[in-house]
Design a binder for this molecule. Sequence first.
Ligand SMILES: C[S@@+](CC[C@H](N)C(=O)[O-])C[C@H]1O[C@@H](n2cnc3c(N)ncnc32)[C@H](O)[C@@H]1O
Length: 247
Amino acid sequence: MNPTGDLLWHWRAWQRQAEWQATCDGIGQWLDQVQPASQELLIIGASAGWMMPVRWLQGFKKITTFDIDRWAAPLFRWRHGRLLQASGTQLQCHTRDALTPLDAVLRANPNAAVLFDNVLGQLRFQQPSLDHAAARIEKITRSMRTREWGSVHDAYSGPVYPRQSASTTPHGYQSIQAAYLSPSPADHSAVQLAPEFAKFSAQFNAQGDWLDHLTSNVFPSGTPVHHIAWPYAPRYAHWLQAGWIPL
Ligand SMILES: C[S@@+](CC[C@H](N)C(=O)[O-])C[C@H]1O[C@@H](n2cnc3c(N)ncnc32)[C@H](O)[C@@H]1O
């Protein structure tokens, strides 16, 4: 079973398109500021691109998607294929793991920028322990040192008091990635209340314990980070972070 994809994910994403629109707009606004040097893009964890604005993808000559979910490739083509064809963007969709063999994937696509598309924050659900997950994320970011890349991922998620109306959806904002936040992965067992988190959870009306997705050190220090609210379900929200690292 795939804990972060598959039919349940597609069903939710399709059903909640209206509730997630502000989040997709936030991702779109972030991407509109990203000016990639590369004309090729690899999207890892692309799924069907439910939250991906196709207008940004249309700026590339070639898009290659990777997802372990067998529904992702046909649904990505269904959702975005026609508009990518219209912009002359070549599309290749692969049903396979792109993280375990990441170095080989990078070698096979030497000129491509890489987008980790809401996948790094899910790794804690695929690993035997938090230490394994933190080490895996660290290894992935080390592999990216000589590449143009970006990521949008869960930072924290947790229960919220129900929103009164769509207009109470929290606003996104920007910050700069601080220096290394935690001396050891074990410290991730308790959520570190960074000032950004306090600001965000107050807007969200957060309650109870929130889950740390172990992504606080994904971006090198100094990276401009966009914080985007994701009202995932009526009583459960995610705090997404997005950043782009040029060469
Ligand atoms: C939250 S979903 C991504 C949503 C997607 N970006 C969108 O806009 O619809 C996370 C995706 O990562 C995929 N995934 C998880 N591990 C992966 C791996 N090792 N390689 C490629 N895809 C992976 C899952 O199958 C799932 O579709």
